[in-house]
Write a protein that binds this ligand. Sequence first.
Ligand code: UDP
Length: 327
Amino acid sequence: MILVTGGAGYIGSHMAKWLHQAGYPVVVFDNLSTGKRSLARYGEWMEGDLNNPDDLTHCFERFPIRAVIHFAARSLVGESVRMPLLYYQNNVAGTLNLLHAMADAGVKHIIFSSTAAVYGNPQQLPIPETHPKQPINPYGRSKWMMEQLIEDAVSAMGLHAVSLRYFNAAGADPAGELGECHDPETHLIPLVLKAALGKRSAITIFGQDYPTPDGTPVRDYIHVWDLVAAHELALQALLAGELQGYQVFNLGTGKGYSVKEVIHTAQRLLESEGVSIPVQTGARRVGDPPVLVAKADQVQQVLGWMPRLSDLETMIQHAWCWEKAQR
Ligand code: UDP
């Protein structure tokens, strides 16, 4: 069985569905602090908290777990600046408890949901896995600490682990069952679509004076379905013994889109439905680098992963179907 921590969240819920459809038995473990029970539609369900070691012990006793895919974490940069201890408690201490529980249960394989935020401000572009790790906020620092905890556990405890550093996850389940529903929502594409539906008055462009071709920041968006596909490839390789020790891969496409390109693409796609998107301009958001684009060749070469749905139109279309269904 595969344990998906945080499986009631945006990416974790897609992972549970993907694994279920690929024939893996799954158990979803989530404390519902930010996840939604309604998103945990696949596999066994266990409500539990990584900060409660008894919940973990119970989970590993109850289910015959072979590997862990670890998504459960707080992930808002601004919140992490206001509440750093919450981030270190939840993300770092939670991961420590998880590693203890894995050691007790003799579980040797873990895939960890990391982030491009571990790099901080890019010193080279596209960003390779070897780029210096200088996170600039508590969220990024917590994720970098989690990676280091896992790497140390690999050498000391004979674990085999893969950290996947996500760039900008976007889109929704192609079948329309799952999607992004953060509260508050901070991500660009769902906010653009909420403005299109009148759920928000407008989308605000945070800064137009960046050193980029159109003045707005460039990000490497990756479809959530492509993202979870990469996890399954990593899982297969770990379970087959083809990936050993500690490995790290960026998960992005290597192609960036600006904020304006995202908004214009959404405007063009939604025009046929008679929908227009109110846009306003605002100040820069603190801590946003001008460009974040992955050097994404490693995951393609080693795991044979290819992005299939990560073109901007498809990500926006899938997110749009989901957003409309939430009315
Ligand atoms: N952004 C924006 N308006 C918004 C939300 C985001 O202009 O209401 C910009 C943000 O400044 C960044 C890009 O969109 O350059 C992607 O932001 P998001 O929060 O989706 O992801 P991040 O790159 O911060 O992980």
